[in-house]
Design a protein around this ligand. Structure first.
Ligand code: RIB
Ligand code: CA
Length: 317
């Protein structure tokens, strides 16, 4: 049976590929997409989710906008990585994509989706955890309808936005603390894992060779993403963080996991937003998450290239 999934995201170049992977693979039933302020404003991340679905011919998946700021403090954006639109690179034009925005807000769409589905649903957040935390606080009665949370965020090591904190967690540490303290089964893919999944020139040329309008769009996305990751971080190729989540759902053998206690630092002068992962079990705190460690990189890229192929051929010119 395919895994029923709601993606909560901030497209974002890597979020975009996670949408493609979730829509393309038969092991996943993409029920809904919700968006959140993160890489860009929620207006822009919502438009980008619509643009990706329109370009890939993904129809009938409701897309609803969520929170425009974290639970506390001002929103961050990652314009230096994802550009002014949040999805720079391709020329999407100024017109409205022909995939509509759902009139409901993210919290209502998640509620309705959980109530309508006959079995518990997996939540896959790949942006700041504001929508997820807000939903858990507002609908504790619906927690039994959540199977698990599989998220991209944090790291067992250093951060990327401060030396200690990864972007998604730093955007809303209080929301992340609510999620990691929820008692729900959590699988966390942090930078220690996602930095293994770099879109090398070989990957980009395999996607280019597919020769469809969608594959050309994906090459433009990866080319832009490669430029900013080279400029900002000195990376030889950009890590495609978010699709580790759906790749894990498709094939749990792709990424090794360890159970550990994960705590979110809320008050550290230099460490706010850090995920403190007790890999050695020295704190005595009970493990509250599975943490991604080693990635089968070849297997990961097989899934990504195949998703672009399938959707590209389906959507055609
Ligand atoms: O730190 C990487 C994460 O922050 C990814 O999810 C990226 O899309 C941004 O949201
Ligand atoms: Ca993201």
């Amino acid at each position: 049976m395919p895994v029923p999934v709601i993606l909560d995201c901030d497209p974002g170049h890597d979020d975009a590929f996670n949408i493609l992977l979730a829509a393309a693979h038969p092991a996943v039933d993409l029920l809904a997409v919700t968006t959140v302020a993160g890489n860009q404003t929620v207006e822009k991340t919502t438009l980008n989710a619509r643009r990706v679905c329109a370009a890939a011919g993904i129809r009938g998946v409701p897309i609803a906008a969520g929170r425009d700021r974290p639970l506390h403090g001002p929103p961050l954006v990652a314009e230096n990585i994802h550009g002014g639109s949040g999805l720079d690179g391709p020329g999407f034009g100024d017109g409205e994509p022909d995939v509509p925005q759902d009139p409901r807000d993210a919290r209502t769409l998640i509620r309705d989706t959980l109530l309508a589905h006959p079995a518990p649903v997996t939540l896959v957040p790949t942006g700041p955890l504001t929508n997820i935390a807000t939903f858990l606080l507002a609908h504790p009665e619906l927690i039994p309808r959540i199977e698990r949370i599989v998220l991209m965020g944090g790291s067992t090591g250093r951060g990327n936005t401060t030396p200690a904190a990864e972007f998604n967690i730093l955007c809303d540490p209080e929301a992340a603390d609510i999620v990691f303290s929820s008692g729900l089964p959590i699988t966390m893919f942090g930078l220690n894992a996602t930095h293994q999944a770099r879109a090398t020139a070989d990957v980009v040329s395999r996607i280019a060779a597919l020769g469809t309008p969608l594959s050309r769009l994906c090459v433009e996305l990866l080319t832009y993403f490669a430029g900013t990751y080279r400029e900002v971080f000195g990376f030889d190729a950009p890590p495609l963080h978010d699709p580790l989540t759906v790749a894990h759902l498709i094939d749990p053998s792709l990424i090794s996991l360890v159970r550990a206690a994960v705590s979110v630092e809320l008050t550290g002068t230099y460490t706010r937003g850090a995920t403190v992962v007790d890999l050695l079990g020295v704190t005595g705190r009970p493990a509250n998450a599975e943490v991604g460690m080693e990635v089968d990189v070849a297997g990961f890229w097989e899934l990504i290239v195949e998703a672009v192929r399938v959707l590209g051929e389906r959507s055609g010119d």
